[in-house]
Design a protein around this ligand. Structure first.
Ligand SMILES: [Zn+2]
Length: 169
């Protein structure tokens, strides 16, 4: 089932999400809904808080669903390692219409549980490393906007506030 994606301004996006106690059928259903919602958007990653669920779950497919079986599910993920630095444009399904250059480590290793509740370790460079960090940030209530400095950030937030006031957000 495709779920509505919440946008910047919703408090669920600003709070720290709770760990999943047990990977049940209900959690697997939630994961499947997240994957369907991500592909429909379309996007390359989605975190549970983005559909209003404050749990530590994210899904990533940097092929955007073009290559079958590429989807990564991470439950209770945590960083094992982060190295290097990359500067690339980034956007977010919860901040539609805005992109900005964000500094991120070039390589990331993340450990968590998969959809079946089995331990999994994912290592990514480039876009995958960026997606891993973007989605794990969501689980701690951080948006890419929070990673921007001064003027670029203020400019985007000012434009969003204007859209919010006019009901266009
Ligand atoms: Zn996002």
């Amino acid at each position: 089932m495709i779920r509505p994606i919440v946008k910047f301004g919703d408090p669920v996006l600003a709070r720290k999400a709770e760990p999943v106690a047990e990977v049940t059928g209900e959690i697997r259903q939630l994961v499947d809904d997240m994957i369907e919602t991500m592909y429909a958007a379309p996007g390359v990653g989605l975190a549970a808080p983005q559909i209003g669920v404050p749990l530590r779950i994210c899904v990533i497919d940097i092929s955007g669903g073009r290559r079958g079986g590429q989807v990564i599910t991470l439950i209770n993920p945590e960083f094992v390692e982060r190295t290097g630095m990359q500067l690339e444009e980034e956007g977010c399904l919860s901040v539609p219409g805005y992109n900005a250059t964000v500094a991120r480590p070039e390589r990331a290793v993340v450990r968590g549980l998969d959809r079946e509740g089995q331990p999994v370790t994912i290592e990514g460079t480039g876009l995958l490393a960026r997606a891993l960090q973007h989605e794990l940030d969501h689980l701690d209530g951080t948006l890419f906007l929070n990673r921007l400095r001064g003027l670029p950030r203020d400019l985007i937030i000012r434009k969003i506030r204007k859209q919010q006031r006019s009901g266009a957000w």
